[in-house]
Structures are given as structure tokens and as C-alpha cells.
Design a protein around this ligand. Structure first.
Ligand code: MG
Ligand code: MG
Length: 266
């Protein structure tokens, strides 16, 4: 069942997402060769709690941490660990918050030091595909239109989209209806209506679209070992289209200050 939000509820989801956006920015200050992903996780947890919010992923269906940190061929749901980030890695950071009962959810992929051109292109294509999806997230279109444009854009540019994981509705729950696939047919799926709040999150692979889950039950990896990128924003449907409730603003500010990382811009 899709839960449509009032404007005041949308503002509460935005507040939660802004704290999350700031937490992402805080984490981005510390991404550098040699840093353990577990350290980044602690920085996020502390920042979220210090700002009066709750880390939404911690203990969600038993997930052990605040962030999902997914390096290179890890698609999503990477568990923070003693792994030390190294030059040439791409690092996807996915986070969630709860504030006043409403969830925030957004994700961003960074390049650490020098990455191969094909990998940089993957990041750019993934980011662009997210905004392609946001562009068609408007009243009168259907949920399938989002996946259609994301998939068409990614595949036209020589990449592939993950099928098993999708975007989703967001609100008083982290994952609400409808699910928002990154592939699909134009004109299929639920009608997009005012007050819908959805997280759009293309997961795009450089090679094969297929993935597998590691023995820990979480870590999703590409089947061919090639890298995968992930960008996510939560948006609300209004009369004039999608109102982006999440923000990458603090991330880009941090990137300007941190010489160890880069990321594509729209
Ligand atoms: Mg999500
Ligand atoms: Mg997420």
C-alpha cells in the first residue's frame, strides 16, 4: 500500500534527510587511503546521534552498522570492517536516519585517488542515470518510467543495471511501497501521484548486471568482479515534479576540502 504524504510530512522527511546529508559530508572528510571503513561508520553514527537522529540501518533486519560501505565490486550492503581504503578504490557510502519518526535515505560513490577512466565513467553514468530517473518522476508518469530511463541511459552508455535491488517508498518506514526498480518498461507500474515519497537509487555495473550475496548474508557483489556504483536521493512528488528532499551539498563541500577524493557532478 502506498502511503501519500502531506506537505508537513514531506518537510519532516526532508529534515531527516538533511541530517543524513550532513552526516555524509562529515564522513567524506575522512575518506582517504589507509582509513578503515569501520572508522567511517563510527563517524557517521556519532554525527547522526549528536544531531538528535537515530541511525536507521543499525539493527535493521539485523544489519550490524550505521553505514553500508561498498568498495569496488561490492554493489551495496557492504559491512564496515577493518578493510583499509586504498588509492584507486571506489567507495559507495549508503546511510539512513530516523528523525521525529521519519526516515532519510541517500547514497553516494566516491573515487579515492586515481581511478581508471572506465570506472570514473561508470560513476558519472550512474549519477546521471539517477537524475534521469528524477526527471521523469512526475504526476501522470508511472513508476516503470523511472526504471525505463535509468536502464536505457546506463545500457546506452555500455553499463548494466542491477535487477535484484530497487529503490522504494520512504516515510515512517525505511522501505515502503512502491518498489522503484532501475529497469523496466515505459508506462508500466503504479501511477506517480502527488505526495508520493520515493528513494531513487540506481546501482549500475561496469560489466554483467548479475550479482551474488556473500556468506555474511548482506554483501552484494558483481558476479564478474567488475566495479559497481550507487547514488541515491529521496524525492517527493509535487505539482511541478520531483522535490529532492536529500542533499549532496555537504558531500561536494567536503570533496572540495579533501584532496584524496573526487566524484562526478551532474
Ligand atoms: Mg534506499
Ligand atoms: Mg540507501
Amino acid at each position: 500500500m502506498i502511503i501519500y504524504k502531506t506537505d508537513s510530512e514531506i518537510e519532516l522527511i526532508r529534515k531527516s534527510n538533511i541530517i543524513l546529508g550532513k552526516a555524509h559530508g562529515e564522513v567524506a572528510k575522512y575518506i582517504e587511503p589507509g582509513v578503515k571503513t569501520s572508522k567511517l561508520d563510527k563517524i557517521a553514527e556519532e554525527f547522526i546521534r549528536d544531531n538528535g537522529a537515530i541511525p536507521a540501518f543499525l539493527n535493521y533486519h539485523g544489519f550490524p552498522n550505521t553505514l553500508c560501505i561498498s568498495v569496488n565490486d561490492v554493489v551495496v550492503h557492504g559491512i564496515p570492517s577493518d578493510y583499509e581504503i586504498k588509492d584507486g578504490d571506489i567507495v559507495s557510502v549508503d546511510g539512513g536516519t530516523i528523525l521525529d519518526g521519519f526516515y532519510g535515505d541517500s547514497a553516494f560513490t566516491y573515487a579515492v585517488g586515481e581511478v581508471e577512466e572506465s570506472v570514473w565513467n561508470l560513476m558519472q553514468i550512474t549519477l546521471n542515470s539517477l537524475y534521469k530517473g528524477i526527471e521523469v518522476s512526475k504526476i501522470g508518469n508511472r513508476i516503470g518510467d523511472i526504471g525505463f530511463v535509468v536502464q536505457r541511459y546506463a545500457e546506452t552508455n555500455g553499463c548494466s543495471v542491477v535487477r535484484e535491488m530497487t529503490g522504494h517508498g520512504i516515510g515512517k518506514h525505511l522501505h515502503e511501497d512502491p518498489s522503484v526498480p532501475n529497469h523496466g518498461r515505459q508506462g508500466s507500474g503504479k501511477k506517480i501521484k502527488r505526495g508520493m515519497t520515493i528513494a531513487i537509487e540506481p546501482m549500475v555495473n561496469l560489466g554483467d548486471h548479475r550479482i551474488f550475496i556473500e556468506e555474511d548474508g548482506w554483501t552484494a557483489k558483481t558476479i564478474d568482479g567488475l566495479p559497481s556504483a550507487h547514488y541515491e536521493l529521496s524525492v517527493a512528488i509535487k505539482e511541478n515534479g520531483a522535490d529532492i528532499m536529500s542533499t549532496f551539498e555537504y558531500i561536494y563541500q567536503a570533496i572540495e576540502q579533501n584532496k584524496n577524493i573526487t566524484a562526478p557532478k551532474l
